[in-house]
Design a protein around this ligand. Structure first.
Ligand code: PRX
Length: 651
């Protein structure tokens, strides 16, 4: 695995927070020598405490751990109030709408907007500490205000990505037992309005715990108002006081829930708590993006995903940075849009997903040359492995061969980056997440907890708890323990397993090889195959279904469904049937889960005990020869039948 190495830019390193690998190693040695001292000193230095913590870490009930016990703080104070002395007139958020409309929100304005929003939730809607508030919003500044307003009054927000369907939204509302939904009429995409409020209306049909809906009017399209339930944000906000005392929160009170896919059909409500989460969000912003006081930072994610939480809102604001929020799509009006914005706002750090890079490369290879991208210092990628051609284009055409690319590896559950290059220190290798960040005890282990040899694929684990790690799955303690601490033990103790495979190279660099479970990664969005299967099974003609991931040129992975129709289904037109099945998926989950391939087969490859052999289905989807032993299958001949059906579909 000899790969090209790109050394950090010397000029950049001189003023970087971590300047070289010796400094990196010193920090990591400090953490290894005195773990609690390491974290305790950063927690004291970086956070503004209302009451100091007395204990750094309590592992007595592991894996249910507690950080910074006794400490009291408020996350909205970390992100806003404490900057008012030195940065009140600094841009906190730069917003650009789909149609090019712009807003610059200073820290002082953010303070007033969030306070008013918090008062609205508290006084008009009766939201209290610990209540759950679902946010179903487009990428507009009010989404950030809503998050911070919840944090200010101690409510637990649960953002549902705007691409999810009414059914998916309803499931999440019910699971979180949310009493309020914050939404918008809709927003703009490719110069056209699209709608969100009707999806909320649909989701709230029948029994739900929701009492009030707050609607931000963004695109001005007509929406239905339910009297006594729906209220206009634009109206109510006018009457709110600009001061709202921050709630005193315990370091371990929940901050938010974010639903993500696992290996069963039901999404998991990942819970993050106050102090540990915000500490690591800020530290990784400083170390990994090395944002400086006058920099402009842009992460293109959506607030509906963890990247939007940590690296558009909480991390940048906690460190007092200027963060860009963009409503539109990167390829509209053309694939030069992001580069035009980089030029216009003089963006210094740009963070996006490999899928976006592949699309921008494919549809606008020569666009970057039209713009001045010289302000860029650090480029980032997240969410899925990046392939070497996309990496090379990003490095050369966007970064002018002078910017570090930080390939940040992390998950909804980890709260922030766990394995990533440091832009001023780490010699980078294309498509490689490199080393654990200081303080993170990430190791590639085998099933028995032993560190794997160079070049041997193993399990990406973290052997000690860290402050921003998941604290639980909402309402399901057992699933939390089973999902993350069931597979690998080191020295007899369960360790956190990410669900990803990884490899060390001869220099100790970590390369992530992808999920080892039934979770697939479509355009950097995590999707449980069981979730898609559960949706497809709702179609009355479907008897059985198995969904697998298949490599996809742009999306990284696409969704491939093998479907057995009921014998009496009488389906004559397969094309129409595929459309009908995709409609069910659209209704149950949303467009993000639509299948790229659907093949109707007479049966699935099952063992005698009835277990579906997905490895075989993955191989067939990829067009690989079947080398696995199929003699243990109930009906070995089914493999050839499926393979020839897939083959004939391609012809
Ligand atoms: O498989 C890994 C992949 O994305 C998964 C986490 O997905 P999610 O919780 O939705 O969070 C995405 C944003 C952090 C991981 O289990 N993944 C994330 N980053 C990388 C990655 N795979 C390869 N390289 C990465 N840099």
């Amino acid at each position: 695995m000899n790969r090209e190495v790109f050394k950090p830019n010397r000029e950049f390193s001189k003023s970087a927070r971590i300047k070289n690998m010796c400094e990196y190693q010193d920090l990591q040695d400090f953490a290894m020598r005195d773990y609690e001292g390491f974290w305790g000193s950063y927690a004291k230095e970086k956070l503004e405490w209302m009451e100091p913590f007395h204990t750094v870490l309590d592992e007595s009930k592991a894996p249910f751990v507690k950080w910074f016990l006794g400490g009291k703080l408020n996350v909205s104070v970390q992100c806003i109030d404490r900057h008012l002395n030195s940065r009140k007139n600094k841009a906190a958020i730069i917003f650009e709408g789909d149609r090019g409309d712009k807003q610059i929100i200073t820290y002082l304005e953010l303070y007033y907007n969030v306070n008013k929003f918090a008062n609205l939730l508290k006084n008009e809607f009766g939201v209290k500490k610990g209540d759950r508030v679902v946010i179903y919003m487009p990428m507009i500044p009010e989404a950030a205000y809503a998050m911070l307003a919840c944090a200010r009054i101690g409510a637990i927000h649960s953002i549902v990505f705007g691409g999810f369907s009414a059914e998916a939204l309803k499931d999440r509302i019910i699971d979180a037992d949310a009493k309020v939904v914050i939404t918008a009429d809709g927003a703009f995409r490719k110069d056209k309005p699209y709608m969100l409020k009707p999806v909320v209306d649909e989701a709230l049909k029948g029994e739900t715990p929701v009492k009030k809906v707050l609607v931000v009017e963004r695109n001005g399209e007509d929406v239905t108002w339910v009297a006594g339930r729906d209220y206009s944000y634009n109206e109510l906000i006018k009457h709110q006081d600009v001061k709202c005392e921050p709630e005193v929160m315990d370091a371990e009170d929940p901050l938010f829930l974010l639903y993500t896919s696992g290996s069963t059909g039901k999404p998991k409500g990942v819970q993050h708590n106050q102090a540990g989460y915000i500490l690591w969000a800020q530290m990784t912003m400083e170390w990994v993006f090395d944002v400086k006081e006058n920099d402009t930072y842009w992460c293109t994610a959506d607030v509906g995903w963890i990247t939007g939480h940590t690296y558009i809102v909480y991390g940048p604001l906690a460190m007092g940075a200027t963060t860009i929020m963009f409503e539109g799509v990167p390829t509209y009006p053309d694939a030069g849009r992001p580069w035009k914005m980089v030029e216009e706002y003089k963006v210094n750090q740009f963070y996006t997903a490999p899928t976006a890079i592949r699309v921008l490369h494919k549809t606008g290879e020569h666009e970057p040359a039209k713009y001045d991208l010289s302000s860029l210092k650090v480029l980032g990628t997240v969410g899925e492995p990046i392939d070497p051609p996309a990496w090379k284009w990003y490095y050369e055409a966007i970064g002018g061969s002078k910017c570090a690319i930080v390939d940040t590896y992390w998950q909804t559950e980890t709260g922030g980056h766990i394995v990533s290059p440091l832009p001023g220190a780490t010699p980078i290798k294309p498509a490689c997440a490199t080393f654990p960040l200081p303080g993170i005890m990430a190791e590639i282990l085998d099933e028995n907890g032993a560190k794997v040899e160079v070049g041997e694929k193993g399990l990406m684990c973290v052997t000690r708890p860290w402050p921003s790690m998941i604290r639980g799955i909402w309402g399901d303690e057992e699933r939390f323990v089973k999902s993350y601490f069931g597979d690998v033990k080191k020295d007899g103790k369960p360790v956190y397993f990410t669900g990803d495979g990884a490899i060390y190279d001869e220099a100790g660099y970590i390369t992530i090889t992808g999920r080892t479970d039934d979770v697939i990664n479509v355009s950097g969005h995590r999707m449980g195959t069981a979730e898609v299967e559960a949706a497809i099974k709702k179609h009355p003609n479907v008897a059985e279904v198995a969904v697998v991931g298949k490599p996809h040129e742009i999306k990284g992975e696409g969704i491939f469904a093998y479907i057995v129709l009921k014998s009496d289904s009488g389906v004559a037109d397969e094309v129409e049937e595929v459309k009908a099945i995709n409609k069910v998926i659209q209704k149950e989950i949303g467009n993000i889960a639509l299948c790229d391939d659907v093949v109707f087969v007479p049966g699935l490859p099952k063992t005698r005990s009835g277990k579906i052999m997905r490895r075989i289905l993955r191989s067939i989807a990829k067009g690989e020869e079947i080398t696995q032993d199929i003699s243990t299958l109930e009906d070995p001949s089914i493999v050839a039948t499926i393979a020839s059906t897939v083959q004939s579909c391609k012809l």
